[in-house]
Design a protein around this ligand. Structure first.
Ligand code: 5AD
Length: 344
């Protein structure tokens, strides 16, 4: 087992079967070695720096119906909202003052925000905050639309692939959503020059170790700049209301493995991790993550952007409490920096 990890640390490639073996192993020693290697690898690129992103959840309208997601179109109980342009810009203003140099515009696939409206918004943000990076996380669009937004000034794009296993993808999404389309979006984004993030949930219904091994294999071949990984958490008003939550332990192991596969990857300790475990954020960092994405949305938006039950937006998850986050990171030996935090 140890030799597999040595090989991964040196070569950044394993077979599907080897990934599966590492994921299934219950050896306590292995866990320690894995986290140490991940920490060492991250330090080679990013030292002890932790990058922060101000997350602006600007709309929870969504035309899609993903079975796991609390803001799916079919959830009639969700209180829908959209921030105005002025509200979004004032989030950025607040964030800038707090020391954020990356803003992430995240939302459902909301047809109200037409490609042109988004492009105007992107231009305005980049004009006002030329020293900041702008990340979009607004789902699947055509290459032409992605190109327009890139030309408007967007720097990065987050689009989790959700699962790299075709059959598993079918079980998480209605039939009009296709893994091929999602992957094509990721290829288009990369080709257009975005820093691109893919990712997946851990412990989503019907997921097997083989599915997760495929996720790792996909990441190995796609070479993303960022990877978002968090445990699945059930939402009471979705078809998966009664499904069990994902495991924090397995999520940490996957973070560490991704760090070894793509050594310079930007890897967030996600909100979902912080939601399931009190010190989830810190555990994520210690397993190889190097990014935190606290919430910059206005209060009313935070309450309604409920992707899953009990989603955190207070404490370390709140952009305003960056000092608190700074202290917590300091305690475990890391420094939150005021920086765009590009992929090295
Ligand atoms: N549990 C955990 N993560 C979820 N997401 C959506 N719904 C859930 C859930 N119930 C994740 C998806 C999506 C990202 C924005 O949030 O992976 O890509």
């Amino acid at each position: 087992m140890k030799t597999l990890l040595d090989k991964l640390e040196k070569e950044h490639i394993l077979s599907l079967e080897e990934y599966e073996i590492l994921l299934k192993s219950r050896e306590e020693d292995l866990r320690q070695i894995l986290f140490e290697k991940a920490d060492r690898t991250r330090r080679q690129y990013y030292g002890r720096d932790i990058y922060v992103r101000g997350l602006i959840e600007f709309t929870n309208y969504c035309k899609n119906n993903c079975y796991y997601c609390g803001i799916r179109a079919g959830n009639t109980k969700a209180q829908r909202y959209r921030l105005t342009e002025e509200e979004i810009l004032s989030c950025c203003d607040r964030g800038y003052g707090l020391g954020y140099r990356t803003f992430v515009l995240q939302g459902g696939e909301d047809v109200f925000f037409t490609p042109k409206k988004m492009a105007d918004l992107i231009c305005q943000i980049k004009e006002r905050y030329s020293d900041c990076a702008l990340t979009l996380s607004i789902g699947e669009h055509s290459r032409e639309v992605y190109k327009m937004w890139k030309e408007a000034g967007a720097d990065r794009y987050l689009l989790r692939h959700e699962t790299a296993d075709k059959e598993h993808y079918r079980k998480l999404h209605p039939k009009e959503m296709l893994l091929e389309n999602r992957k094509q979006c990721l290829y288009d984004l990369k080709e257009l020059g975005y820093q691109v993030g893919c990712g997946f949930m851990v412990g989503s219904p019907a997921q097997t170790y083989e599915c997760l091994a495929k996720d790792l294999k996909f990441i190995e071949s796609f070479q993303p700049h960022m990877v978002g990984i968090g445990p699945f958490i059930s939402h009471k008003d979705t078809p998966f209301a009664d499904k069990e939550n994902g495991s924090v332990e397995l999520t940490l192991r996957l973070l560490a493995l991704v760090r070894l596969i793509v050594p310079n990857v930007l890897l967030p300790a996600t909100t979902a991790l912080g939601t399931l475990r009190d010190n989830g954020r810190e555990l994520g960092i210690l397993a190889g993550a190097n990014v935190c994405m606290p919430n910059l949305s206005p209060e009313c938006a935070r309450e309604n952007y409920m992707l899953y039950d009990k989603k955190l937006s207070t404490g370390e998850e709140s952009a305003e409490e960056i000092e608190n986050l700074r202290k917590k990171m300091k305690k475990i030996g890391y420094n939150v920096v005021v920086h765009r935090g590009d992929c090295k």
